[in-house]
Design a protein. Sequence first.
Length: 294
Amino acid sequence: MNDSILLLGSNGQVGQELQKILTPQHKIIAYARPEIDLTQPDSLRQIIRDIQPKIIINAAAYTAVDKAEAEPELATAVNATAPEIIAQESEKLGAFLIHISTDYVFDGQQSQPYKETDATNPLNTYGKTKLAGEIAITQTTPHHIILRTAWVYGSFGKSNFVKTMLRLGKERPEIKVVTDQIGSPTWARDIAEVIAQIIPQLTPEITGTYHYTNSGVISWYDFAVAILEEAQQLGLPLTVQNIVPITTAEYPTLARRPAYAVLACGKISQVLGTHPAYWRHSLRLMLKEWLSKS
């Protein structure tokens, strides 16, 4: 085993931020599609055995929530089977595994933030496969950290809620956005920073599951309003005149989503000695950076 970090899913929102943040301090070996196919167990095993990393970060996932309802086998292969294989190989090496998971392991029926110890009950295929991945990891290796997060957006990646709202804000006079789903928007950069802070502290004592999101609780509607307000202040030309709040029932999707997706982040705050950044502050920083490049 060497001192390298194997980063899987390096082309995603969090993966690209991780690569940028970790590269100056660590030897990063990054893999993403098409170089690695998480549906091919033998290939995945061979890559890990060849590299023999000290740490594996799994930022790869099947995240097309609605599409997963029609492709459960593929979602299972990527979100459940692959993490189990990664955990098996990680344990054989004596490596540490950091795995990114989701608020979708919960059903959203609570009215207070979900703690790591709260009962899971996913509503959709994506959530079920992500939970299966978590269970496989915890049963396979004690040397792991599972980091659940929610409502992730960032500069990288093909699409996310922020980029969608900016596009619609340019194209349409009116946008309808769901107002009865509540959560905490989380900048991919902040997730990557947290993982960078965890790495030097990787010991058996901090093994386990953690929640991390930006602080503050809002609806998707509130988030859309804030995105377009911030973009307008930064000088982005917008067409939109009206943002209309609607209910989940008025915007049916293939996959059911949790109505309340707020995660309690006290456990990780204790480990790091810091509290998560406020969501609007992070949104502003992301938009400034992204608009300066585009």
